[in-house]
Every structure is written in C-alpha cells, then in structure tokens.
Design a protein around this ligand. Structure first.
Ligand code: 9YT
Length: 170
C-alpha cells in the first residue's frame, strides 16, 4: 500500500553532470559493481536516451543504465539498475524499467527483447525482471552468461546469469 508521506518520484533523462551522484548511488546500493565516476558520466551523456534517473525531492534515488547492443540494435541491454536503500519497496525499479519500455515503444520497429545479467545472489533483480515479464505477458528466460572464472581471480566475482525478457511489441 502506498504510504501517504512518500514524496513523488520523478523520472527523467540524465545529464553528464549527474555522473558523480549516480556513482554515489551505485556505491550506496551495495550489490552492484562500482564502475568509475567517468563511466557514469559517459553513460549519462552519450547514452542518455537509454538511461533513466529517478528523483525524490530533487535527490537522485534510482538509476538504470541501458544501451542498444550495436549488433542487435532492436534489443535493449540493461546494464545496472539501482535504488537507494532508503527508497526501497516503493516500486522505483519497476518504474525505471517501465520508463525504458515506454521510450523504446515510442521508437517503433516491431518486436524487441530486454537483456540483463544478474548474479545468482541478486534475488531482488531476478524477481524484478520475472515480475516485469509476467506483467507484460511475455517470457523471462535465463541462461549462463559470464562464468565466475572469467573474472579476475582476486575479484572473486560471482557468475553473471543472462536474463532475456520478451518479446515486447512496439
Ligand atoms: C541488472 C543489473 O543491475 N545487473 C548488474 C550487473 C553487474 N553485476 C553490475 O554491473 O553490477
């Protein structure tokens, strides 16, 4: 049930100058690979059409980065989705993905799929994508993505399972 005191969530495209705040958000989110601040600046600048910022009272509380894979430009690869720990349970991650779907739908071009990789321990993301597929009446298939032994030994990184959600119709 929606809590009355919750401030409204506003969704928008990012600007390069949001990169540092996005970097802070990714660090706070806890379960994601923290890339460089420069990386987030570039995403916010060169990929702003496929990235979404969620704001509450002017504060960045959610972010999704995505891009169209150059060899399969109809599809959308969702790189990272993050919600600040203080803002969880409000459906912000779903709002971010639905905004991506809305934008993609506005671009036409027929059926397309969303892909993402998720570590086995990231049950929140896995549930998020599975529920999204259910709501849109489409599939969420999972297969091996990047095995843990492809990551540097000293990083002890979990495997990343590949989720493919779709097709979505534009
Ligand atoms: C959808 C999502 O957030 N995937 C995370 C992929 C990877 N573990 C990363 O970049 O943090």
């Amino acid at each position: 049930m929606k809590r009355e005191k919750d401030a409204a969530i506003a969704l928008r495209k990012p600007h390069a100058s949001d990169g540092a705040a996005v970097w802070e958000l990714i660090r706070a989110a806890g379960s994601l690979d923290v890339n460089s601040a420069y990386c987030y600046m570039m995403l916010c600048d060169y990929f702003r059409e496929t990235c979404v910022i969620a704001e509450s009272e002017g504060r960045i509380v959610g972010f999704v980065s995505a891009f169209r894979p150059p060899e399969r430009p109809d599809d959308l690869f969702v790189w990272q989705i993050a919600v600040h720990p203080s803002e969880r349970g409000k459906g912000i991650a779903t709002m971010l993905l639905e905004e991506l779907i809305r934008r993609r739908a506005g671009q036409g071009g027929g059926a397309w799929c969303m892909e993402a990789t998720v570590a086995p321990s990231n049950t929140a993301s896995r549930t998020l994508f599975r529920r999204l597929a259910e709501r849109y009446g489409t599939d969420c298939r999972e297969r091996s993505g990047y095995p843990s032994d492809w990551f540097p030994a000293q990083s002890s990184h979990e495997e990343e399972r590949l989720l493919r959600i779709g097709p979505f119709q534009t």
